[in-house]
Ligand binder design. Structure first.
Ligand code: ADP
Ligand code: MG
Length: 460
């Protein structure tokens, strides 16, 4: 049977959660939740929010924290169901059940709320600094440490997927963590535009709506406005943003702007804005170099709690070699391979990665054949292909042969019988035996392991 969640219990749950997450996370994700009902027999707790994004983040990132808190308070495990309800439905639920709002007041509520949320994954701690972004990182951190005191406005530009949004959220988190009373507002320029249009369109309530709009944007301590290039060519938005900018600037509030281009390249933008954007620091982010790409992938691998062995390191190098210009794609290749390995319950190896990431490995990469492997191995051990394919059993031939068989299994999709065939018509059990022998030997013989690694690179 369902009954309402006791107020005291709900307060205990929230208190428990608040000791386990940062204050910002607590205020952002948990405080706005509404407790609905509890079904003790079915062990289910129902809570509600009217915000899709919040629900998604809770489900993806925080459900275990939530469950643990409930378990602590009720002394048994409950399943948590977060319902999506409109504000009115929640109102009604509150009235009907006399459920009180969460004890902590929501900020930036009502009129516009969603985009206040900062993605908890984007912070300074997990932002990898390399030659490509060290300047942008340094000035962003300086701004986070002393908002409106050092660099105002801060303008960050760079290509898609290079970490602009990440840095902006990091600034927001940092400021809120060190000074929770500051009002931080993150918004994309598209959202800014669409809210403005909504306000302007509302015939009857236009004035009230515009007041709310202005209040929202002009009463913040820090405005983080992302992807400003979208206001190019939109005159009304530019005018409105011009006033917002001036108000904030005059009142010594921090403004951080991002764009896919240098301000001077925003040709379809009001000159007054273009020059304001360059009043202080303009920092760019370049594509990361190889070392930085590897560092980003390793960091991500650790975050995903994947054990980093030699195979994984090899896969990381391989992905870092292939994806050069977009960190979002770089990460997505890695996360895909991690989740495939979980789904298929297979180890992450170069072979597995090549098979499953065929979009990033061009067809030429698939041209690894038993023939090319044999050629490379013969070259290395200085024997003839005919000897490798022959029945000769001397170690100087059999050893390279086994290595080549091992590599065929690792690097191609050929079946065991097929591989056997290309080694002078050998049986598939011979191939399997060779594969296992070399696999085992690699584990104890580091010289061989290095040789194989080198061979793989040469072949690829
Ligand atoms: P942009 O806004 O420039 O298009 P994002 O900030 O959305 O790019 O970054 C894309 C992805 O790459 C995000 O998941 C982000 O966390 C990650 N990322 C970007 N730069 C870095 C970095 N230096 N260290 C770690 N992750 C990064
Ligand atoms: Mg972005």
């Amino acid at each position: 049977m369902k009954k309402k969640i006791e107020e005291k219990k709900w307060a205990d749950i929230l208190a428990e959660i608040s000791t386990n997450v940062t204050e910002v996370s607590y205020r952002t994700w948990f405080a706005p939740l509404f407790p609905l009902e509890i079904d003790e027999d079915a062990a289910v707790i129902y809570v509600a929010s009217s915000n899709d994004f919040l629900i998604e983040v809770l489900k993806n990132r925080y459900i275990s924290v939530f469950e643990r808190a409930v378990e602590t308070v009720y002394g048994k495990k409950y399943k948590i169901i977060i319902k999506n309800k409109t504000e009115e439905e929640i109102e009604r639920a509150i009235k009907g059940n006399e459920i009180k709002e969460a004890p902590i007041k929501k900020e930036h509520e009502e009129e516009f709320r969603e985009e206040y949320f900062l993605n908890p994954r984007y912070n300074f701690d997990n932002f990898i600094v390399g030659n490509n972004n060290n300047y942008a990182h340094a000035v962003a951190l300086a701004v986070a440490e002393s908002p409106a005191e050092v660099y105002n406005p801060l303008f960050i530009h760079g290509g898609s997927g290079l970490g602009k949004t990440h840095l902006m959220h990091a600034i927001g988190h940092y400021i809120l963590e060190h000074n929770p009373s500051k009002k931080v507002l993150y918004v994309s320029s598209e959202m800014f535009t669409s809210e403005l249009i909504k306000a302007l369109q509302d015939g009857k309530n236009k004035n009230a709506k515009m007041r709310a709009f202005n209040n929202k944007y002009r009463n913040v301590d820090v405005l983080l406005i992302d992807d400003i290039q979208f206001i190019e060519g939109k005159d009304a938005t530019q005018t409105e943003f011009f006033h917002t900018f001036n108000t904030l600037y005059d009142f010594k509030k921090q403004i951080v702007i991002s764009s896919d281009r240098h301000p001077s390249k925003l040709t379809d933008l009001d000159e007054r804005l273009r020059s304001r954007f360059q009043w202080n620091i303009v920092a760019d982010i370049q594509p990361p170099d190889f070392e930085t790409r590897v560092a980003i992938l390793r960091n991500k691998t650790e975050q995903e709690k994947v054990e980093i062995d030699d195979d994984v390191l090899e896969v990381i190098d391989l992905i870092a070699e292939k994806v050069k210009f977009n960190i979002r794609e770089l990460e997505s290749a890695l996360t895909r391979i991690i989740s495939y390995s979980k789904i298929f319950n297979e180890k992450i190896t170069v072979k597995f990665a090549r098979k499953n990431l065929n979009d990033i490995f061009s067809t030429s990469d698939f041209n690894i054949t038993c023939e090319s492997i044999k050629k490379e191995v013969c070259k290395k051990y200085n024997i003839k292909i005919s000897d490798m394919e022959s029945a000769k059993r001397k170690r100087e031939f059999s050893y390279p042969r086994q290595i080549a068989m091992y590599l065929c299994r690792e690097l191609t999709d050929s079946s065991l019988p097929k591989i056997g065939e290309s080694f002078g018509g050998r049986d598939h059990t011979t191939v399997l035996h060779a594969y296992e022998k070399i696999s085992n030997e690699i584990k104890v013989n580091s010289v061989l392991a290095d040789e194989i690694k080198q061979l793989k690179t040469d072949i690829q």
